[in-house]
Write a protein that binds this ligand. Structure first.
Ligand SMILES: [Fe+2]
Length: 305
């Protein structure tokens, strides 16, 4: 196993000379430790099999959902590219910095993400280190935000960017993943990582309406924090090659998609690793309040944010 840290960035390593589908215990221990330390591991041209991708993800924890396509290619093979297309709107939404599933009762622990079909240009995925951002934050701002909580909602983030689906149910929900009808998740702006014990910012496009603050002030504070936090040397964008695989720690990093010519096909595969309720449960949710059929009622299909 050969490890090279990303140059000039506060996180991330490229790992080669390893077969992710036949890891022995020693290799796994080393890899897990590296993941905790570096938060993003990149495996160039790993070519994980569909089963191998989920099996690798399961080493990190239970799955929030198994391997799902993140793609502009429809089930009929048609490439979706029109601005008002539902698939396009979902993908565009992903271009805002975010932590996955902060809008769910339990925030995701991480994800394994692989590239099957890559367009000729664009479509890089970016990550941003919210631990380094917290560490480098102006002490006055750090004090100001230390006890603040914000709501996290996919209705909010997709609505703000003009990307809500067209087809709405009578009760205002949508039959798509993340648009649940439960209480909107409330989360701290500063969260301690359950393994490292290090604090990091928990912000991004799903965060809105800080408790006890006017809407305008809250939006400005969250936007300013996000703009400042997601800058070099705390960001890295990976330009994909077919077969590449990555795994990231969603508790520490934000991520985003970047634009590409959507007349060209792109297909990525995303396996989402569930967060542990002991550390990733929203402040206002209790374990027993999460319906066991939440994922089934809101299928992922080609959708994942
Ligand atoms: Fe995402």
């Amino acid at each position: 196993m050969k490890v090279e840290h990303l140059d000039g960035v506060t996180f991330g390593s490229v790992v080669t000379e390893i077969d992710l589908e036949t890891l022995n215990n020693e290799e796994w221990d080393e890899l897990y430790e590296l993941w905790i330390e570096r938060a993003l591991l990149i495996f160039p041209e790993a070519f994980l099999s569909p089963e191998g991708q989920d099996e690798f993800a399961k080493r990190f924890g239970d799955l929030e959902f198994p391997r799902a396509a993140l793609s502009n290619i429809g089930k009929d093979g048609k490439v979706h590219h029109q601005d008002d297309d539902e698939v396009v709107k979902s993908l565009r939404g992903n271009e805002g910095w975010h932590h996955d599933s902060t809008y769910m009762p339990v925030q995701a622990k991480g994800a394994v993400f692989t590239a099957e079909i890559v367009p000729s240009s664009g479509a890089a995925t970016g990550w941003a280190d919210m631990r380094a951002a917290y560490d480098e934050l102006d002490p006055e701002i750090r004090d100001r935000i230390s006890n603040l909580n914000a709501y996290h909602s996919l209705y909010y983030s997709q609505g703000r960017a003009g990307n809500l689906p067209d087809k709405q149910n009578d009760d205002g929900t949508y039959n798509l993943y993340g648009y649940h009808d439960m209480e909107v998740s409330l989360r701290p702006l500063v969260k301690v990582h359950p393994v490292t014990g290090r604090p990091n910012l928990l912000i991004g496009r799903h965060a809105h309406d800080i408790v006890g603050m006017g809407q305008e002030e809250s939006t400005k504070l969250l936007d300013d924090l996000n703009d400042w936090a997601c800058q070099a040397p705390r960001t890295y964008h990976h330009q994909w090659t077919v077969g590449d695989a990555v795994v990231w720690d969603n508790r520490r990093l934000q991520h985003r998609g970047t634009p590409f010519d959507m007349t060209e096909p792109r297909r990525m595969w995303h396996t989402r690793i569930a967060g542990e309720p002991s550390s990733e449960l929203a402040i206002n949710h209790q374990d027993d309040a999460i319906p066991s059929d939440l994922v089934e009622r809101h299928p992922t299909g080609t959708w994942a944010c």
